[in-house]
Design a binder for this molecule. Structure first.
Ligand SMILES: N[C@@H](CCC(=O)N[C@@H](CS)C(=O)NCC(=O)O)C(=O)O
Length: 343
């Protein structure tokens, strides 16, 4: 029998939800440990990852010993090779590149909506501040201890808002990007059951992870989602458990036959995320601690992230691995989306 993979995460963590839904679809057996992750991993005598991130997954290295591994995107790629059934990276390398780009956008930009709505408005911050300690230290945490932890975790997260670029100047920017995103999803789901056809891919799980929180956890973005895209609300329910999804009579789309609505989603990637990646990489190179960019006459300002400079490098690497013909297919498809500028 296949050994169960140990996953350490938390229910309010979008990346934990991404990985769990992908495992369910892929029929990869797992055990999930919610909360108090450092203590639980240390107890097993396993070195903690640096930095500790949710989810952390125990995967064997070459000599079979377990390593606490983070970062959902490479973990998903690694498991594609180890579990060959029900894969979530498309076979066509050009489509796989589009999938990579969308997955990265979900993980790195859609998460800005998630973090912003969770901690920017008082009502949402109060809900998150109340629930997070219950997941982390236990549902039965006594009231006094709960109140202290709530104060600690809320302050820590609210203080971090500016790190992801959420502040009074960017609040409207994020809000309109979220609403456009929901409209684009509404249009796309009218044409296609998943991002890339009738079979889910890793980008679906990336969007799903963030949307579990936006639609199912935080009050303000939930209200907006119900107003803007009930199709997305329904889609999140479908994505939750695809363990019974029929993989024989479903297929990934042919890139060239993809609906216009997919291209429109990529235009949002090209409008918001790509300029952000470029400005961030430039700031890192210049040694600037913060950077700003202007889109549609609104200013975006955030802290420079070394990790997002790596994201840009990884996207370029994925593209470089394609043969000439697939590169051309990708460039033709991305023409006029704004994404082509980094390739
Ligand atoms: N790129 C990582 C991101 C994981 C991540 O940022 N997780 C958040 C929670 S959802 C986290 O652990 N943040 C650090 C913290 O809360 O201390 C992935 O795809 O797994």
């Amino acid at each position: 029998m296949t050994k169960k993979i140990k996953i350490f995460g938390a229910t309010p963590s979008p990346y934990t939800q991404k990985i769990l839904a992908a495992f369910r679809y892929r029929h990869i057996p797992y055990i999930i440990f919610n909360g108090d992750i450092a203590k639980k991993i240390t107890k097993l005598g396993i070195e903690l990852p640096k930095p500790i991130l949710l989810p952390t997954i125990l995967l064997p290295n070459e000599d079979g010993s377990l390593v606490a591994t983070t970062d959902s995107t490479p973990i998903i790629r690694r498991l594609e090779n180890e579990f060959t059934e029900r894969r979530i990276v498309p076979n066509d390398p050009a489509l796989a590149f589009i999938n990579y780009l969308l997955e990265d956008f979900g993980d790195e930009w859609v998460t800005k909506y998630m973090f912003h709505y969770r901690w920017y408005f008082k009502e949402d911050a109060d809900v998150a501040g109340t629930i997070l300690p219950l997941v982390d230290i236990g549902i039965n945490t006594p009231n006094e201890m709960h109140a202290k932890y709530k104060e600690f975790v809320s302050k820590r997260q609210i203080d971090r808002l500016w790190v992801v670029g959420s502040n009074d100047d960017t609040a409207n920017f994020i809000d309109s990007s979220y609403k456009r995103f929901l409209n684009l999803m509404e249009d796309h789901l009218l044409n296609s059951s998943f991002l890339l056809g009738t079979k889910p891919s890793s980008s679906d799980f990336s969007f799903y992870g963030q949307l579990t929180q936006l639609v199912g956890f935080d009050p303000t973005p939930r209200k907006i989602a119900y107003e803007y895209s009930l199709r997305t609300v329904a889609w999140v329910d479908v994505l939750d458990d695809l363990s019974g999804h029929d993989t024989e009579n479903t297929a990934w789309t042919k890139l060239e036959d993809s609906p216009e609505s997919l291209k429109n989603l990529l235009k949002e990637v090209g409008k918001m995320y790509i300029p952000a990646l470029l400005s961030n990489a430039q700031a890192l190179e210049n040694g600037d601690e913060t950077w700003e960019m202007k889109i549609d006459n609104a200013v975006w300002k955030q802290k420079t992230f070394p990790y997002q400079a790596k994201c840009l490098k990884w996207i370029k690497n994925e593209f470089d691995l394609l043969n000439q013909e697939d590169k051309k297919r990708v460039l033709d498809f991305l023409d006029d989306t704004g994404c082509e500028t980094i390739l």
